[in-house]
Design a binder for this molecule. Structure first.
Ligand code: HEM
Length: 454
């Protein structure tokens, strides 16, 4: 016999009407990371909405692997679909497999070398204006690099700078609005407030821009080594009858908006957190300088050299553990199910946070310490590590994001040393991803730069 939902303990810090909204707004990561102490499953309330947070790492894997029972759905996805339609990240299980097969070729490891030059160029352009001793707004610079890198990877170098800038602006507006809209009851989020009008304008304009880009490329028929060409030419090897064998233009537009939303703020956040930790830990930064210099010998990073940047990889992995940009995953139970001895009725909203796992001292000793040596190949245990999720809905851009971060970081670290301006930790806005706000770092020139350094 399994117990019902009522047997799942309610998380502490619950207030009448507000539920756990105040606790989440105060310190969402600390709050989420504290909850495994209260049970394998814990109940959370946001206004009238109840969610079950899965804390036990094995149950987390069970949920993420069984996407038929624990499907995408619920308030977050209702909001996300307003922006990305039925793209890969938001579509339900029954439409997912075909889309995943059609998008996968664009992210094959063999394609990654094609994208390396675009990423290097994006990093060099951003640093071209830096001078020794400058204080850099990292939370402006890293999104600029990530947006430029992804725009060029998707559309080669064909987009005018102002279009890339506009895509960036609209993506940022949408990312900043989506969580607030998720926590606001539906009738209120349609009121003509300045925030709602900004959101609607950004949503419409982004869709129009991307639809126009797809139509133009179809019309000129050019084939480039970019992500858009990979999507336009994708042909489904399977004939399972779950949809056309290639992506329609509308589906391609959904995927492109999805990749922008899923892939820019997250990667920019990762880069910003890495630079923050390097500035806070000069010894680790020193070691990374020596490692990067030893592998690259003063050249720009080439695709073939990236596997040798092993310490760079450890630094990135550790930052993803300590500052996972995706802090909450949500699912909906599609049919009455059992999880850890509890009966969950269909329609139950499920939440998972990497922070319940990544900051758990039983799984990662001294969890709040930044220690890249956790990830040297001898000691690394990946079973309690989910910055990119797990199972069939795992991030399709994981390798791309890791490559982008390693390339950008190598370009930056080869020419610059990063130092703290203030000991105050950066703030973090309530956004769909966990990214630092107000992070400024001082840069010191190390030596004549690579393709646009000091
Ligand atoms: C550091 C950077 C990134 C992080 C931390 C990250 C994290 C994640 C996570 C945790 C998921 C799973 C969500 C869930 O299960 O509900 C996910 C899914 C996804 N990500 Fe990423 N991501 C990153 C970069 C990217 C990039 C660069 C792209 C594309 C260019 C991308 C595209 C996607 C897509 C399309 C999905 C949905 C996959 C599916 O449902 O089949 N992500 N990402």
């Amino acid at each position: 016999m399994s117990a019902g939902l009522g047997a799942v303990p309610q998380a502490p810090g619950h207030l009448p009407l507000l539920g756990h909204t105040a606790a989440m707004l105060r310190d969402r990561l600390g709050f989420l990371a504290s909850l495994p102490a209260h049970g394998e499953l814990v109940r959370l309330r946001f206004g009238p909405q109840t969610m079950v947070l899965v804390c036990d790492p094995e149950l987390v894997q069970q949920v993420l692997r069984d996407d038929r029972t624990f499907d995408k759905g619920g308030p977050f996805f209702d909001r996300a679909r307003e922006i990305v339609g039925d793209g890969l990240a938001s579509c339900p299980h029954d439409r997912h497999r075909r889309q995943r097969r059609l998008c996968q070729p664009a992210f094959r490891p063999t394609r990654l070398p094609d994208y390396t030059g675009a990423i290097t160029g994006a990093a060099c352009e951003e640093t071209a204006a830096w001078s020794d001793g400058d204080v850099i707004d990292i939370d402006r610079a890293m999104p600029a690099v990530a947006n430029r890198a992804l725009a060029r990877t998707m559309f080669s170098s064909r987009l005018p700078a102002e279009t890339t800038g506009q895509i960036t602006e609209d993506t940022t507006t949408l990312m900043n609005s989506v969580i607030r809209r998720m926590l606001t009851p539906a009738p209120f989020d349609r009121a003509p407030t300045p925030g709602h009008l900004r959101y609607e304008r950004a949503r419409r304009r982004l869709r129009q821009t991307v639809t126009g880009i797809v139509a133009d490329r179809r019309a000129d028929g050019a084939v480039d080594h970019d992500l858009l060409s990979a999507l336009l030419s994708a042909a489904d090897p399977e004939t399972t009858g779950d949809g056309p064998r290639s992506l329609t233009d509308e589906e391609i537009a959904d995927q492109l908006v999805t990749f922008f939303i899923a892939g820019t703020e997250t990667t920019a956040g990762l880069l910003s957190w890495v630079l923050y930790e390097l500035a806070r830990h000069p010894g680790i930064q020193e070691r990374l300088h020596a490692h990067t210099d030893g592998v690259l010998r003063g050249r720009l990073p080439q695709a073939a050299e990236l596997p040798a940047l092993t310490y760079t990889e450890q630094v990135i992995n550790e930052s993803l553990r300590l500052h996972s940009p995706v802090w909450l995953l949500t699912r909906t139970v599609t049919t009455d199910a059992r999880l850890g001895g509890v009966r969950l009725p269909a329609g139950t909203a499920i939440a998972i946070s990497p922070y319940t796992v990544h900051w758990n001292p039983a799984l990662h000793p001294r969890p709040r310490a930044f220690d890249p040596d956790r990830w040297n190949s001898r000691s690394a245990d990946r079973s309690a590590y989910l910055p990119f999720g797990s199972g069939p809905r795992r991030c399709i851009g994981d390798r791309f994001a890791l490559r982008e971060t390693a390339v950008v970081l190598s370009v930056l670290i080869s020419s610059w040393r990063f130092a703290m301006v203030t000991e105050r930790p950066p703030r973090s806005a309530l956004s769909a991803s966990y990214v630092p706000r107000g992070l400024r770092l001082r840069v010191h020139a190390r030596r004549p730069g690579l393709g646009g350094g000091p």
